[in-house]
Design a protein around this ligand. Structure first.
Ligand code: UDX
Length: 448
């Protein structure tokens, strides 16, 4: 099928390359010409395992092309994927400017029956809003062309996006058009049946991927409710970790014991400094906003956000407990991305923590295996170190913020000799506490 993907961010690019790889002809469009010109050369600016390779492969085979002309892409595609950003406004409500712009463009460019599919995480009711805008923008030359709107939320995780695109746990289709639903089943056929080349001999291959057909409003809510539930799980565990600290229990044993109950499960049970990234913070706020907008209470959601906002400051409290006054101290912060295996620093706890230390007068050195430029919002007072040892030389404290695998292999004897005082705060309960204590570190984790 001929597919046009609008927006080459995380979701759009991964979706486009996945559809090309399973055999469709894909045109990815973005109004950012610089980005399109890099993508045409096979250069991908986001760090995602396997993605650049697949982009190049599908450019070479002619299945994937890039273009900065959205109208052209819409005209060529039979199925139009909307994958543009919906960043939060200060109120928590998502900003739909990009979606509205795209819908207007689609309305003007319709040249036959098309399916307009929304993959961006959008407020409940957006499918209807897109339909209305497209209709309003059809003119007398193209007003006779019909279209169907489909809500098809994306569940991919950063760092595992390629795997999640090919081997999803479910595909959700929200539509009331039988015709559109049939076409969607064909489009995703190879994924549903797991019969495409990339799946062969792949350890992630599934037997079959379940497809759920629902109305568009339920489909939109499935996405928000799933992310909010996962965020709730983490905030819950963090609250239990805080109780552990008060009563002298160990969160690692507590969550292990809880997770053995299959109804609870052991995943998404890691206590730490809280969740960040481009999805959870935005989506939980947006769902709370929607609840209140529609006269429903968001008591749990608001508590989940509150616990998460507090959690990152636990690190500051722990640092004060170890060091006393922070103002003349040097602190090495390891990890900037909001989680490992991505260069994304949106809403990352690292930024809040580093900025707070700076505000308290500390010298802050930061190191991340991949993030090498100042992320937005990071105070420019933070010093970038070329490696973890440089970040820790002469420091009073090491703070592990992101659980990159390479931090497990650090030479901790060397680190002990570099630090002024052998203090480690492990914001992810990631390092080997006993080994570090044997070496002579004062180790402080979360809830243990
Ligand atoms: C999330 C959802 O998992 C994905 O389905 C959705 O499409 C987008 O949002 P992502 O933001 O890439 O994906 O990250 P994820 O791996 O889910 O982690 C989210 C945050 O939770 C991170 O800050 C991570 O550090 C934190 N986390 C995760 C914990 O603190 N503890 C855990 O046990 C798991």
């Amino acid at each position: 099928m001929k597919v046009c993907v609008i927006g080459t961010g995380y979701v759009g690019l991964v979706t486009g390359v996945c559809l090309a790889e399973i055999g469709h002809d894909v045109i990815c469009v973005d109004k950012d010409e610089k980005k399109i010109s890099s993508l045409k050369k096979g250069q991908v600016s986001i760090f995602e395992e396997g993605l650049e390779e697949l982009v190049r492969k599908n450019i070479d085979s002619g299945k994937l092309i890039f273009n900065s002309d959205t109208a052209q892409g819409v005209k060529e595609g039979e199925i139009i994927f909307i994958c543009v950003g919906t960043p939060p406004l200060p109120s928590g409500k998502p900003n739909l400017t990009a979606i509205d712009d795209v819908a207007r463009m689609i309305g003007k460019s319709l040249n036959g029956y098309k399916i307009i599919l929304n993959k961006s995480t959008v407020p409940i009711g957006t499918a209807k809003r897109i339909k209305k805008i497209i209709k309003e923008n059809q003119d007398q030359d193209n007003v006779s062309y019909k279209f169907d709107i489909v809500s098809n939320p994306e569940f991919l995780k950063e760092g595992e996006a390629v795997k999640d695109a090919f081997f999803p746990e479910r595909i959700v289709i929200g539509s009331n058009s039988e015709k559109a639903i049939d076409i969607m089943k064909k489009l995703y056929g190879p994924i549903i049946n797991q019969d495409f080349d990339y799946a062969k001999n792949n350890i992630n291959k599934k037997q079959k991927v379940p497809i759920l057909i629902t109305d568009s409003t339920s489909s939109e809510l499935i996405k928000y409710a799933s992310n909010a539930f996962l965020a709730t799980k983490i905030s819950f565990v963090n609250e239990i970790a805080n109780i552990c600290e008060r009563i002298g229990a160990n969160i690692l044993d507590v969550t292990y014991g809880m997770g053995l109950d299959e109804r609870i499960g052991s995943r998404f049970m890691k206590a730490g400094i809280g969740w960040g990234g481009s999805c959870f913070p935005k989506d939980v706020r947006a769902l709370a906003y929607t609840a209140e907008e529609y006269g429903s209470q968001a008591s749990i959601l608001n508590a989940v956000i509150h616990v998460n906002n507090q959690q990152r400051f636990k690190i500051i409290q722990k640092a004060m407990d170890l060091l006393g006054i922070i103002d003349d101290k040097a602190i090495g912060v390891l990890g900037l991305s909001f989680k490992p295996n991505t260069n994304d620093t949106r809403e990352a706890p690292s930024i809040t923590i580093a900025n707070k230390f700076l505000e308290l007068g500390a010298e802050v050195r930061v190191y991340d295996p991949i993030v090498k430029d100042y992320p937005d919002n990071l105070d420019k007072g933070a010093i970038f170190a070329k490696d973890p040892y440089e970040a820790l030389k002469g420091a009073d404290l090491m703070v592990l913020v992101t659980e990159w695998d390479e931090f497990l292999d650090l030479d901790f004897e060397r680190i002990k000799s570099l630090l002024i005082s052998p203090n480690i705060i492990d914001g992810r309960n990631f390092l080997d506490k006993e080994k570090l204590q044997d070496i002579g570190f004062k180790y402080v984790g979360i809830g243990n």
